[in-house]
Design a protein around this ligand. Sequence first.
Ligand SMILES: Nc1nc2c(ncn2[C@@H]2O[C@H](COP(=O)(O)OP(=O)(O)OP(=O)(O)O)[C@@H](O)[C@H]2O)c(=O)[nH]1
Ligand SMILES: [Mg+2]
Length: 454
Amino acid sequence: MPMSHTHHDTIAAISTPPGVGGIAVIRLSGDRALPIALKALDVAELRPRLAQFARVAHPESNTLIDNVVATYFKAPASYTGEDTVEISCHGGYSASPAVLSLLYDLGARPALPGEFTRRAFMNGKMDLLQAEAVADLIHAVSAGAQKIAGRLLSGKLSEKVHQLRDELTGIASVLELELDFSEEAITPLSHRETEAKIREAVKHISELAESYGGGKILREGALVPIVGRPNAGKSSLLNAVLEEERAIISHIPGTTRDTIEESFVHKGFLFRLVDTAGLRETEDHIERIGTERALKTLKGADLILLVLDPLSGDDFRFEREFLTRYNDIPVILVHNKSDLNKPFPELPAEHTLAVSATGSRNIDTLLDMMLDVVKAHYHVDGSSIAITKQRHLRALRRSLESLERARKALGEHWSNEFIAVDIREAIDALDDITGQTTSADVLNNIFSHFCIGK
Ligand SMILES: Nc1nc2c(ncn2[C@@H]2O[C@H](COP(=O)(O)OP(=O)(O)OP(=O)(O)O)[C@@H](O)[C@H]2O)c(=O)[nH]1
Ligand SMILES: [Mg+2]
C-alpha cells in the first residue's frame, strides 16, 4: 500500500459491478464512517444493524441526489472490523457515483483494490487464505471452483495448516524445554521419537503439497490442448465440443495457424480447450510460428487430446513419438473420423476413444472421459482439502526443506538447539500461508488483484 494511504483513513467505493441494475451498494469504512455518513444523509442517527431509509441531497442546493437505504455496522461487528456504513443507492451510472463523490467531499478517500478485505485481514476477521478465497469466490466460474473457494472461505484449509503447525510446535517446544530445563525432570524425546515425529510431519505437509495439482485445476480449470497432424480434425473437434462454429475448418492441411482457447464447464468442472496448429515440418513461416505456439501450450497442459486421422495414410510415427515424449501428462488418443470405418493403428496409449467430430459421435463420452482422467490423475476430489496457489506450494516446500535440515541435523547428532531452529523455520513457512508472517510486498501483490470495492 502506498505510504500516503494509511489504514486510519476512512475509505469508500461502490461494491457492486458498474452498469444498469436495481441497486448499487456503496461501502464506507473507517473511524469516520459514521460522522461522514450522517453528514451525507438526512437522518439524525444511524443505529447499528438497522436498515434505514434516508435522502441524500447536494449540500449547497439541497436538490435530491438519491433516496437510499443505509445500514450501519458498528466496529468490530462488520466485514472490515471497522465502523462501516453500507449505502444502497439506485443502480445505473449516475446516482451511486454522485453519492460516492459526496462522501469523498466529506472526507472519505477512494478505496484501493481489495482494501476492505485487506482491512478485514489486518483486523483479524479472516486469515490470508480466507481473504484469497473471497477473491476466488467472486471469480469462480464453475461449480468446482466455487466449492473449493467456499471450503477455503470456511477456514477448512486454515484449520489444516494450524494442525500441521501445532504438530511442529509440539516437537520444537520439547526440544527447547530440554535446553532450558536440562537439569530437571522433564521426559525428553528420544532421538528415535523425534525422528519419527518429524517424519510424520513431513508426510502430512507433503500430502498437502501434493493436493496442489487438483486444487489448481479446480480453481483455474484444466488446460487441454488438442494436438495432432494437420487435417486430423482438431478444429472440428473443438467446434463439436463447443457446439458452435468457433474455428475455421477446411480440407486443406495447415488451416489453423494460431491457438484458439475456449472455456466450457462439464458437470461443474471447468476445462480450457485449446485448438492448435497441426504439427508437421513446414517451410511456411506463419505455420511454423503456429507450430511453436502449439508446442508452447503443451508445456502447461493438464491433459492432451491427441487426434488421429485414419486418412492420413502414414505410419503414425509422429503419434508414437509424441506419446513417448509426453508420457508425464495424461493423453487421450482420439480416433477421429470413425464414421469412415477405417482401421486405426495400435498405439501405446492408456486412454483411447473413437469419435466423429463432424458427425458429433461420442463427444459426450469424450467429455466424461476427460473428466474421469483429470480427476483420477490429479486426485481431484470434491470433498478434500487442497491448496490452490503457487504461493501456498512454495511455502509448504520451504517448510519441508527446513524439516529436511532438521532431520539431517538430528542424524548427525547436532545439539537440540539447532534442530529446534530448523523446526521453527518450518513453522514460519507455514505461518506465511495463513498470513501471520507474510511480507508487505506479498500482501500488496495479493490484494492488488482484487477488484475495487471488495
Ligand atoms: N468424415 C469425417 N471428416 C472429418 C471429421 N472431422 C473432421 N473432418 C474433416 O477433416 C478435414 C480437416 O478438419 P479440420 O478440423 O480443419 O482439421 P484440423 O486438424 O483442424 O486441421 P489443421 O488446422 O489444418 O491442422 C475437414 O475437411 C473436415 O471436414 C469426421 O469426424 N469425419
Ligand atoms: Mg485446425
